[in-house]
Design a protein around this ligand. Structure first.
Ligand code: SF4
Length: 290
């Protein structure tokens, strides 16, 4: 409960909440989006990222590295992981590190002078709610120290609303309007997500719903009409919507993780986000770009 698995941390201005923010990406996700830009953050137990051009057989005492490749079937049985614990090298790294909440709090407090323009700390993923107890503990420490908090989530945790009082801005990534398609393509229980969105729109004072437009999944004009039909029913006082374009920044990392990148989108991305934004604005929705 006192420790968080973090696979990436760094600074971001305005895209992960207001102002200049220290962003922690938490290891583990319950979904399996084929377009994920952070595949190294998917598995709760972490992933070995491999750079083939730097791979040395000598770092593995179990014979898993040979002919310039790594045999991940052997790695799956290996609990000692000498390649990342003893024989540190450039060819392999484990995706995450463990940090105690107090250790992170020290880092945050020493960075406080950099939280300009309303900045603070953002917890992102992976999916932060997978480390629910530690996340709640850490958010409590941040609030006790008057740090602005943002959580970016897929919205699928059944107890998400219990975190609302600890979150200054809640960002929910809505994958699809359709329950069946959400479940079959990314494995999300949309009933829970939509329930959390509805509750957040009513109870949370600052909710941003993000929709990443994925060709072949949720990005046609008809899809947008369906999204709008759903979202326009929500209370709007504290609600904003943002559309994001699909991109392939994660493609190289899929290979490093030993996983196949199955997205095969050719011909560029054609959606006119401006048109979609106008449609939502005409319906009285607050649409933003960060
Ligand atoms: S995880 Fe274990 S088996 Fe795999 S390369 Fe590292 S030391 Fe070898």
């Amino acid at each position: 409960m006192d420790k968080l698995k973090i696979f990436q941390k760094g600074w971001n201005f305005s895209q992960d909440g207001p102002g200049n923010r220290l962003v922690y990406h938490l290891q583990g996700c319950n979904l399996h989006c084929p377009w994920c830009t952070n595949p190294e953050g998917m598995l709760p137990e972490g992933t070995l990222l491999v750079r083939k051009d730097k791979l040395l057989p000598s770092v593995c005492p179990h014979g898993a590295i040979y002919n310039g490749k790594i045999d991940r079937r052997i790695c799956a049985q290996c609990s000692s992981r000498e390649c990342v614990t003893v024989n540190l090298n450039q060819g392999i790294r484990l995706s995450y590190s463990m940090y105690s909440c107090v250790q992170l709090l020290h880092e945050v407090i020493s960075s406080k002078h950099l939280f300009h323009n309303g900045g603070g700390v953002t917890l992102s993923g992976g999916e932060p709610s997978l480390q629910y107890d530690a996340v709640r503990h850490f958010l409590g420490l941040l609030k006790a120290n008057e740090i602005n908090t943002v959580v970016e989530t897929n919205g699928s945790h059944s107890k998400l609303s219990a975190l609302f009082p600890l979150i200054d801005m809640l960002i929910i990534d809505l994958k699809h309007y359709d329950v069946g398609k959400g479940l079959s393509v990314v494995g999300v229980n949309n009933n829970v997500v939509l329930g959390n969105i509805s509750r957040a729109a009513e109870e949370h004072g600052n909710l941003l719903i993000r929709i990443t437009l994925i060709p072949g999944f949720n990005s046609t004009g008809d899809d947008i009409v369906h999204f709008l039909s759903l979202l326009k029913l929500l209370p709007r006082e504290h609600l904003a919507i943002e559309f994001l374009h699909y991109h392939e920044y994660g493609r190289v990392k899929w290979e490093e993780c030993g996983m196949e990148y199955k997205m095969n989108i050719t011909g560029g991305v054609k959606e006119d986000i401006t048109e979609y934004e106008s449609l939502f604005r005409q319906a009285g929705m607050n649409v933003i770009r960060t």
